[in-house]
Design a protein around this ligand. Structure first.
Ligand code: DGL
Length: 271
């Protein structure tokens, strides 16, 4: 059944270039178990992080249009790259749709650092976008921010290589300059990286705080649904989770299982 957008029975829509947004989906599921969720992975165009901003905006608009066609009552841009360069354009083009986007958690990192040095790991497009610079200007005055561009981690996560030697060596290469500068808080500025927490923890040791925005975004989704009176009226039901991919549905189904994401049917879509 397809519902018109804005309907309390509609699903929460999420999109990402791939499985990264699953790290946000988990938190949404935990916080809002009675809501239906539809997750779109634009895996035919993954990764987004090396694409020029106009390209990410075009893809983000196509993803949004499809989620709206599925009756999404709110859309979570579960991708830091798309949030950095497309969120403003999405809000302008779809003014009736409530959007929630990712913001790298620089603010809590700046609040918790004792050394005054914070590391930020993100994709090139996120690091070069205005959003991160704005957040640093606003919340990290007086804090040294050491940022590193990721090249290849997203692809390794998509391939399920969360703890392989190749993944650990790429991570070690990115984290070394942050640790050398004395960073005691590491901001995960890409939703894919939250899957790498165990590997990152091993590399940084027990005293470094690792931050990702998944839980904060889920809380924001809950606030937006309440404020717009969009919560599903039946609070005791268990909502359904569905997945869609622009690439291979059998492969996404395998990834859902491998990553321990909430189970649900997977379909292929052409945008
Ligand atoms: N998971 C996305 C992000 O948060 C996309 C990464 C990519 O596709 O390069 O930035």
């Amino acid at each position: 059944m397809t519902l018109s957008p804005g309907h309390t029975h509609g699903p929460i829509g999420l999109f990402d270039s791939g499985v990264g947004g699953g790290t946000v989906l988990r938190h949404i599921r935990r916080l809002l178990p009675s809501e239906d969720v539809i997750y779109l992975a634009d895996q035919a165009h993954c990764p987004y992080g090396n694409r020029p901003p106009h390209d990410v905006r075009r893809l983000s608009k196509a993803n949004t249009r499809w989620l709206i066609s599925q009756g999404a009552k709110a859309i979570v841009v579960a991708c830091n790259t798309a949030s950095a360069v497309a969120l403003r354009a999405l809000r302008a083009q779809f003014p009736h749709v409530p959007f929630v986007g990712m913001v790298p958690p620089v603010k809590p990192a700046a609040q918790c650092t004792r050394t005054g040095v914070v590391g930020v790991l993100a994709t090139p497009t996120t690091l070069n976008g205005d959003l991160l610079q704005e957040v640093i200007r606003q919340w990290a005055q007086g804090v040294t921010v050491v940022s590193r561009e990721d090249h290849g981690l997203v692809e390794l996560v998509e391939a399920g290589h969360l703890e392989t030697p190749e993944t650990e060596s790429l991570l070690a290469h990115s984290l070394a300059p942050m640790l050398a500068e004395g960073a005691d808080a590491i901001v995960l500025g890409c939703t894919h990286y939250a899957y790498l927490r165990p590997a990152i923890r091993r590399l940084v040791g027990p005293d470094v705080t690792i931050l990702d925005a998944g839980e904060a975004v889920a809380q924001q989704v809950a606030r937006v649904l309440r404020a717009r009176q969009l919560c599903h009226p039946d609070r005791v039901r268990t909502g359904r989770v569905r997945y869609a991919t622009t690439a291979n549905p059998a492969q996404l189904a395998r990834q859902v299982t491998h990553l321990g994401l909430p189970p649900g049917p997977v379909v292929a879509v052409e945008l």
